[in-house]
Design a protein around this ligand. Sequence first.
Ligand code: EPU
Length: 424
Amino acid sequence: MDHMRIEGGVVLRGQVAVSGAKNAALPLLAASLLSQGSCRLLNVPDLVDIRTMIQLLHALGSDVSFENHTIVTQVRDESHNESSYDLVQRMRASICVLGPLLAKRGQARVSFPGGCVIGPRPIDLHLKGLRALGAQIDIREGYLEASCSKLVGAEMDLQGLFGSSVLATANTLMAATLALGTTVIHSAAREPEIIDLCHFLQGMGAKVSGVGTDVLEIEGVSSLQGYEYCVITDRIEAGTLLLAAVITEGDVTLTNVAPSHMMAFLDVVSSMGQDVAVDDQSIRVRGRRPIQPIDLKTKPYPQFPTDLQAQLMSTLCLAQGYSRIEEGIYPGRFMHVPELNRMGAQITLSGSQAVIQGLVRLKGAQVMSSDLRASAALVLAGLAAKGTSYVSRIYHLDRGYEQLEVKLRQLGACIERVSENVGV
Ligand code: EPU
């Protein structure tokens, strides 16, 4: 099993290009199932989750090629409609083939996703949206068995306990594109990844309005065509790399970014006393000391994203004073806390809140990744720590960051992937 070995204390400097967004590419790949023709997606990151989705599309009868960050898909056979337990367990986003399969083929059998390490992750809003369109969905032997003769447009509200849901919005939106009549989704997610999906669907011939607002209106059409589309850049990878600049007091410029997708994050970094300069498609952050402590709550877009909470927490370990972070999306997404504390951090948890006492430095240690963003947080901590850190179980990192260690090395970091067992 691979580990990441990091010699901390190097100041990161330089420029690096950000990859395409995993969380945008995955629903776009699912949407390709709706198309009559061939779809071509550019700027797709080469990640384990993307490879898993390609495997799923193969199993569902698509021809798929993936070369040079470009995926070409073409549906060949519509007789296989099952998303297996194995694939859904590996990647929850597999659930977003449910809407396209129902809309295009009238049936789907998708393994019921369980919880995961960041929380329970229910799917009631997915089911609510699809049932409102007329789908029959039963749960048998751990699978969602869904069918419909023809979906029919409807008006619905997809507000959940923690706000809107990204993939429930994506699933319902995709299903509605081929439904009879008009669908109105209230409390729709407004994340850039949903806007990207709307643009892709529009290119395929779907009629979607209200894009970027919390009310989406979809007028069903009889068929959708193939389309070529460039996936947006990954705002979470970008945020992670910018926090690497802050935590090492470095000077990092990112290219191929969309600053407009990151305003809440950039405001927070500025309020931490850091120097942020934004251009059309680039962002430069110059790390400053002291790092000012902050108090924030993660929330759905356009507010501060949960997917940067862990990385921000590592950075706040070096702030001057006490910070407080409340997790507003996944109340238990704090698996990184005990690991950061192994590196000398002083973080206390109380329910969905963490209080972080700032320190002068973290200390290198052997730590274990529990999930994708927690892994990134531990890598950041390792970059700033005194001495050597080993981050184990980095297969989590490979699900969502394309060659993170290569990008960090480009900025001067002393980090390498090691395959041998280092005794953790
Ligand atoms: N929720 C419900 N019912 C549902 C669906 C969600 O109550 O039917 C709740 C969730 O439990 C959570 C909140 O709604 O409290 C938001 O969850 P959401 O459905 O938006 O999450 P998701 O769509 O399953 C995507 C990303 C996550 C990211 C969240 C929130 C993908 C593939 N995944 O998940 O990304 O954290 O939105 O922004 O797009 C990651 O990349 O590390 C990651 C976990």
